[in-house]
Design a protein around this ligand. Structure first.
Ligand SMILES: CC(=O)N[C@H]1[C@@H](OP(=O)(O)OP(=O)(O)OC[C@H]2O[C@@H](n3ccc(=O)[nH]c3=O)[C@H](O)[C@@H]2O)O[C@H](CO)[C@@H](O)[C@@H]1O
Ligand SMILES: C=C(OP(=O)(O)O)C(=O)O
Length: 437
């Protein structure tokens, strides 16, 4: 029996050559954007949590390190590479200095675990993708509703725990995912009840509610309101949660398969999380079958005159903004005139469109957040840069359909969100070569 040794190379660049139609079956990793709040929820709960399906993306690794710096124990079971156990730890008296929190947007989820351990949180402003102004004032309003004091300056912000009422009511002005999850996690730390009006109901939010339910909390979600109440007793013992499959990774793979005219099945994802995307592809003539735990993209015959209208939305069942960049890349090959709008992340088009232009794409920027693509277009391989996670994955989709070789630099950005998207595309037949640093 030979031992298979997995070598982890540090890759900053990949080259992509035109692909024959992608085909086969591939499995999506656990979702980064669902894993990050679940890790914070585990720490907030003050009991052991076994979390499986944890992706090996760098933002998730950074979050695990930050939790350890806060004093939480993180155990990596040797027999389960994609699992971690988060345990309450022995916290020092000193608030940790968490400079690395400035590198990820989701560091805002550390506030509740810090309040639980230290009674206060002090963090630098979050980082993550540079995709326009990314405020936190709704998070601060949430904490103030819980009786906390919030202070901030140019370097960062502090939250000092107050004593929350037994029932806290918050009404959000818009369905922010981050602020919704902040309210849920703060409720866990306060061991109180929550009524959250106008909530975000994305799978990333509802998976936190489902996890808390598994830990004995009473949770209910409707379009109008999320309600949460503590367990009747004091539950003990380790609870097991699973990170849902990455809908955005699955959506990107679906767009890549469609862009090459292929047929492929993506497993390990809740099909319902991809329904909005699947409907758009179906509409253009690319049939997508949605099952409970998989989606299948069938070879299609794009129908001219069936334009895409992809408007990123925070509404329940709306199109998640994170799908849009890969859809823009796909649309370059689809007959018709297609419109895209993302006012949620207002800097995304500004990152992606100049990179697609390097491949010869002609895209009309109607405004900083709206653009129009008329396809099909002839793309030519060139050097492009992954300026943010979704720009990186969209560039891979475009490169697969381009003529000649494309070199994508800035892979560090892509790896923040996906442990190894190039390898998944390769397993479907893509010609992608990693260029070690
Ligand atoms: C780590 C993570 O999960 N990132 C996701 C999170 O980002 P993000 O945390 O930015 O998303 P939110 O849903 O909370 O915010 C939606 C919009 O409102 C703005 N806003 C939000 C809170 C606030 O207090 N003030 C404010 O201005 C944000 O900058 C953004 O423009 O949800 C977005 C979809 O909604 C996704 O595209 C991101 O991939
Ligand atoms: C925008 C994203 O990430 P973040 O919010 O962590 O910057 C993303 O996942 O697409």
């Amino acid at each position: 029996m030979s031992l298979e040794v997995t070598r982890v190379t540090s890759v900053g660049t990949v080259t992509v050559r035109p692909a024959r139609p992608l085909s086969g079956t591939v499995r999506a990793d656990g979702s980064k954007n669902a894993a990050l709040p679940l890790l914070a929820a585990a720490a907030s709960l003050r009991r052991g949590v076994h979390l499986s399906g944890v992706p090996a993306s760098t933002d998730v690794s950074r979050m695990l390190t930050l939790l350890e710096r806060c004093g939480y124990r993180v155990v990596h079971p040797v027999t389960e590479p994609a699992a971690v156990v988060v345990l309450p730890g022995a916290h020092s008296r000193e608030l940790p200095v968490l400079a690395d929190a400035a590198r990820i947007r989701a560091s805002y989820y550390l506030v509740p675990p810090l309040l639980s351990a230290f009674g206060k949180a002090s963090l630098p402003w979050p980082g993550g993708c540079q995709i326009g102004d990314r405020g936190m004032e709704q998070h601060f309003k949430v904490y103030e509703q819980f009786g906390d004091t919030v202070l901030f300056d140019d370097a960062g912000y502090q939250v000092i725990a107050g004593s929350s009422a037994s029932l806290v009511a918050v009404n959000l002005p818009f369905r922010s995912r981050g602020a919704s999850i902040a309210a849920i996690l703060r409720t866990v730390v306060g061991n109180c009840r929550l009524e959250l009006g106008n909530p975000n109901l994305s799978p990333e939010t509802t998976s936190v509610l489902a996890a808390l339910q598994a830990a004995g909390w009473q949770a209910h979600a409707s379009e109008d309101k999320i309600t949460l109440a503590p367990p009747p007793g004091a539950p003990a013992g380790t609870v097991s949660w699973t990170v849902p499959g990455d809908k955005v990774e699955a959506g990107t793979l679906a767009c890549a398969i469609a862009a090459t005219g292929g047929t492929g099945r993506i497993e390990g994802v809740n099909g319902s999380d991809l329904r909005a995307l699947a409907q758009l592809l179906d509409w253009t003539g690319i049939p997508v079958t949605v099952a409970a735990d998989a989606v299948t993209v069938h070879q299609g015959r794009p129908i001219s005159g069936r334009p895409l209208r992809a408007v990123a939305s925070l509404a329940p069942d709306g199109l998640d903004a994170d799908f849009e960049p890969a859809l823009i890349a796909l649309a370059l090959g689809l007959p018709g005139t297609h419109l895209f709008a993302d006012s949620i992340n207002p800097g995304r088009h500004g990152n992606l469109l100049p990179q697609l232009a390097q491949l010869g794409a002609r895209i009309d920027a109607l405004s900083p957040t709206q653009c129009r693509v008329t396809g099909p277009q002839w793309l030519t391989g060139a050097q492009v840069n992954a300026t943010d996670i979704r720009a990186g994955s969209a560039l891979l989709v475009a490169a697969l359909a381009a003529h000649g070789t494309t070199t994508v630099t800035g892979l560090d950005q892509l790896r923040r969100g996906h442990a190894n998207l190039p390898a998944k595309l390769r397993s479907l037949g893509a010609d992608i070569t990693e260029v070690p640093r």
